[in-house]
Design a protein around this ligand. Sequence first.
Ligand code: APR
Ligand code: PHB
Length: 392
Amino acid sequence: MRTQVAIIGAGPSGLLLGALLAKAGIDAVIVEQRSAEYVLGRIRAGVLEQVTVDLLDGVGVGARMHREGLPHDGFDLCFGGARHRVDLLGLSGGKRVMVYGQTEVTRDLMDARQAAGLATVYDAADVSVHDLHTASPRVRYRTGDEVHEIACDFIAGCDGFHGVCRQSVPPGDLRTYEKVYPFGWLGVLSRTPPVSHELIYASSDRGFALCSMRSHTLSRYYVQCSLDDKVEQWSDARFWDELKRRLDATAAAALVTGPSIEKSIAPLRSFVAEPMRFGRLFLAGDAAHIVPPTGAKGLNLAATDVGYLGHALIEHYRDRSDEGIECYSERALARVWKAERFSWWMTSLLHRFPDTGEFGAKMQRAELEYLVGSHAAMASLAENYVGLPMVA
Ligand code: APR
Ligand code: PHB
């Protein structure tokens, strides 16, 4: 088989890139190691920046998001038993975010791809990439006993943190930066109305907590937990009790509890691989970088990476210019590092670390008090939360 761009991975980055290329008439095949159902079974964050909304609208998959998604104009910071609103709309000069689950974004992109009859291979085993520094790189994979090969012009590594693409780059050509946080997030999904109409990010002596949502009837909550904790140790009753203890009294009293539909523990990590291009292989999304979920930047970074990459590939085929390809890594990384900083900062500010200590706790509290009392500091928080612009 031959195609122009072989995309590895059918997560949000791979699917959105596929949609951007299809719109420009560029031929692409997506190769995914899992089934579509498996990909849709993963629960991830759900706050979209305006640039992500625009990219989804641009490829014509925004209709359900605008119907069912919840535009949010602000969120609450909770500490010291009180809540303080961050007026995103007012502080950012009119920007808001869209609360719409990553699962739904993925489903919309998959449905549109299927309706357009675009090629996607699911359940591809032993995916490997070859000849990255030649004009005709290749992708190999197996379905059952059959081995397939795709010859292409470019390979887009959209295969997530554990994917094969980053691992196929010779170690000497790659520099990685990593910070592993000494705690995890225990997440619960429940068919209950959200405790508040906006998100609450809470910092307490007992650790961080987050109240989020997927709809008016579906809530997503998190509490900071130990990395040694097992999901089985967290009964629903224990989870709700712990969440309440980390919120202000009004929120704790208003919290509607119910059985969990999903419960899982996720570790927190900051990670960046540089550069994001090796010859004719590009890395995008989680394949190149990970942010801790505080601030919900992961999906948004994946979207803007492929925004840059799609643009670069369109320039290559339509305008015969490789400027975008040459600049892809630098452009994407400039935005990535700023989101890395913001996610790290929000994580550091709101969580209890094993070495936070009494002095550290005082510093966190002083920073939170400064933040909510300073228009400049709140404007900076809002500017980053709604998303920095995609600079060309
Ligand atoms: N071959 C083919 N596909 C692969 C391989 C492989 N060797 N390894 C992984 N994949 C697939 C995974 O099964 C997954 O469906 O690549 C896809 C990568 O998807 P994501 O992990 O969702 O990554 P990405 O599309 O970059 O989206 C980033 O996901 O983790 C969140 O917070 C992050 O929201 C952000 C988003
Ligand atoms: C979520 O809804 O899952 C969510 C929201 C905001 C975050 C992280 C996760 O910062």
